[in-house]
Design a protein. Sequence first.
Length: 107
Amino acid sequence: MKWPAELENELYLAREARLRGNEGRARVCARRAVAIAARLYLNAHGIQLGSASVLKILDRLIEEPSVDDNIRRLARLFALQVDTEFKLPAGVDLVTEAPNLCGELLK
């Protein structure tokens, strides 16, 4: 399946933000890319979310019984909040994981 241009653009923007040293923006773009893929997945399973926020889309994806454990595990990473220093837990890289999760959702 060819990915929507909007999703590809968010992944591109995430990588570009990281190259410019703007990690916060990179995470936002990676989350938006995943939300686009998650919305398509949920729509394909008969779940319409209207104008739900990125985090509401992720929460709905995590709760969806048809989602396999690997997708659920990856989706939980994208729902994590940063700490007081605006960092995610060690080893969590949303920019790297975004294409993986999008690929799983859009198989």
